[in-house]
Design a protein around this ligand. Sequence first.
Ligand code: C5P
Length: 237
Amino acid sequence: MIIAAVITAAGSGTRLAASSPDGAVPKALVTLDGRALVAWAVTRIADVAERIVVTAPALHVDAVQSALADAGVDALVVPGGDTRQASVAAGLSALALDDDDIVLIHDAARAFQEPAVAAATIEAVRAGADGAIPVLPVVDTLIGAPGPDGVIGEPVDREGIRAVQTPQTFRAAVAIDAHRRGAAPGAPPATDDATLARALGHRIVAVAGHEWGFKVTRPSDLPLAHHIARSLSGDGA
Ligand code: C5P
């Protein structure tokens, strides 16, 4: 039984590039305190996973490999797909897992997630869950989207809502089954792996997430990402 991870880094990062001086750089290769975002993600997940596959944009496989080598971290880099779901499927296939292995599916964009959170998801799966995901309470007031006339929709009770992070961790047989059935014609699209697995009847539990597991998405996320990178470098991470 091994603990393995797929780290998805095949997105184009267009929201981050919107105000970047070099919009040609995919998000995974944006540098934070001398280390590419994807290398931060691999460094932190390597605390808990012994085999890691990274999915990269097809045109940037070599650049992602070099960024990992520059950071002194080890992972197999494979081309991703057109959607996140296709990228995860490519990563799972490259890992060549046995059914009783445990696999973490993690977004490179959540590069600073605390390793203790990843470890908690693994413990929950070891304890018998089909899958485990980190979640956080929502701090904002939530409402239904305004209509065309600008009038707001119904309030949503935030006490009954959680925001979902990664890594999302599964028994390998569950992740493989969810992605095989999720890729079938007519299957509903899912923006994350737990939604896919849950819809197919698997038992997914939640563990406490961490603020550092935020998804680096917009230019305004970069100052916090730089701050965390600097403080981790100071720790000798
Ligand atoms: O687009 P979104 O923010 O949901 O992307 C989440 C993660 O999935 C990112 O780490 C991104 O690199 C990855 N992704 C991928 N392949 C795609 C699209 C997104 O690996 N085709």
